[in-house]
Design a protein around this ligand. Structure first.
Ligand SMILES: Cc1cc2nc3c(=O)[nH]c(=O)nc-3n(C[C@H](O)[C@H](O)[C@H](O)COP(=O)(O)OP(=O)(O)OC[C@H]3O[C@@H](n4cnc5c(N)ncnc54)[C@H](O)[C@@H]3O)c2cc1C
Length: 403
């Protein structure tokens, strides 16, 4: 075939049609690369627009190379929060110690990024919005793989057939429920729940985070440098409160009960929580699955392997995993592509999920003795971070894929 024949064939061969559920972090990255590799992408998002909000997120190690290859690294560098200090407080409000945040998170000064989740979501959406079909305010109702493609019906009433469908719809993925079965099989609860929301920066904090602890409870204020602070309330909760997940008032009540009679700024935080309109509440859990694909459907990001915020790697894994999934499908059929995706990405995910035993995971002890020991450990940490980062963050070298 001559070069001209190839061009003609490329123009006349229909592009495979794929549907991505979820326009969070993994979804737009997957869309960006699949579009490059010749797929016609539709993205369905249950919210009315890309969702902002949430605590600032880390982009580290291998994930930095993904955003660089997408051309958004300079924009994210500008949005870097540049947190300079992390102060820990005792239950009575006295200071335990004040550290550089990287001493605790394993981040690398001058290289790793911390950005508001909304800034990242916005940068990703802007990069892909002209190249795909977005359907907001809708979601998949049913999936049927018994024909030649995947027949999809939408909650909004539509019905279409796609060559492939991807679940990038977060830890409580409905795509996973429909194709792999109920979440309980894959959900490993780590014993805490948390709520994040924004409130006024009444303490005048700037580029710093202050965390108050009592056994089983942590309250933090995280100032990115403007009039608002990100409030974070994390608490031990022996059983997973399933009923609260769909009920915002039940979530507020659960948090208020867990933090009743707390000191420091907590009463003001609870008052702000009552009125906040951007509350993100979830369990601290991991999703662990033996396989990430079934037939013509594959999962990516939190839907496939949520590592929990205790690892600080949820966003970086979503970025890398989406890049690897799309690249694995470049020039391959879906069966070979999905096998290559598992083969190339699973070790990286497993290593990062295992970080749950390190760093911030030990920040939330549930007994007075364990909290006192944690405080002693924090006091002994070097004020200057090592500057090397954790090996797991960079354990995958990003391949170049060609479509
Ligand atoms: C608003 C928001 C705030 C967050 N804040 C925090 C935080 O403070 N701390 C933390 O640890 N993690 C937070 N997360 C989760 C964090 O973003 C992810 O761990 C990580 O970035 C992995 O990204 P993801 O794309 O796999 O999943 P997510 O970022 O969770 O994105 C999933 C997307 O799928 C959409 N979706 C869900 N169900 C459906 C459905 N049935 N049909 C269509 N679309 C659907 C969601 O609206 C969302 O846009 C937040 C997520 C969201 C959506």
């Amino acid at each position: 075939m001559t070069y001209t024949d190839q061009l003609t064939a490329a123009r006349t061969t229909p592009r495979p049609k794929v549907l991505i559920s979820g326009a969070g972090i993994a979804g737009p990255v997957l869309a960006f690369w699949l579009n490059r590799y010749g797929y016609a992408v539709t993205m369905v998002e249950k919210a009315g627009a890309p969702r902002s909000g949430g605590y600032p997120v880390d982009v580290r190690g291998t994930a930095l190379e993904v955003v660089r290859r997408m051309g958004i690294l300079p924009r994210l560098r500008e949005a870097h929060v540049d947190l300079r200090r992390l102060t820990f407080l005792e239950g009575d409000g006295r200071e335990v110690t004040s550290l550089h945040p990287h001493s605790v998170t394993g981040g690398v000064e001058g290289r790793d990024l911390e950005v508001r989740r909304g800034d990242l979501a916005d940068a990703l959406h802007t990069t892909v919005r002209d190249d795909l079909e977005f359907v907001f305010n809708d979601s998949i109702d049913t999936l049927d793989q018994s024909g030649h493609g995947v027949d999809v019906t939408f909650r909004g009433g539509g019905r279409r057939t796609f060559d492939l469908v991807f679940g990038a719809d977060g830890m409580h993925s409905r795509t996973r429920d429909m194709v792999f079965g109920p979440e309980e099989q894959f959900h490993h609860y780590l014993g805490y729940c948390f709520a994040v929301f924004t409130m006024r920066n009444t303490l005048g904090l700037s580029h710093e985070s202050v965390m108050w602890n009592s056994p089983g409870r942590a309250a933090a204020l995280y100032a990115v440098g403007d009039d608002e602070v990100h409030a974070f309330l994390n608490f031990a909760q022996p059983r997973l409160p399933f009923d609260a997940f769909k009920d915002p008032q039940a979530q507020r009540d659960l948090v208020a009960t867990a933090f009743a009679d707390s000191g420091w700024e907590v009463p003001g935080m609870l008052a702000a929580l009552r009125d906040a309109d951007d509350v993100f509440f979830d369990a601290v859990s991991q999703i662990r699955m033996p396989r990430w694909s079934h037939g013509r459907v594959a999962l990516v990001g939190d839907a496939a392997w949520a590592p929990s915020f205790l690892t600080g790697q949820g966003t970086s894994l979503a970025l890398v995993g989406a890049y690897m999934l799309a690249g694995s499908l470049a020039g391959r059929d879906h069966a070979a592509g999905f096998a290559a995706y598992e083969h190339s990405t699973r070790d990286f995910v497993t290593m990062n999920q295992a970080l749950v035993g390190n760093g911030s995971a030990t920040l939330f002890p549930t007994t007075p003795q364990a909290l006192a020991e944690r405080n002693d450990r924090l006091r002994a940490i070097d004020a200057v971070p090592s500057g090397e980062g954790r090996p797991a963050h960079s354990a995958l070298t990003l391949p170049d894929f060609t479509g």
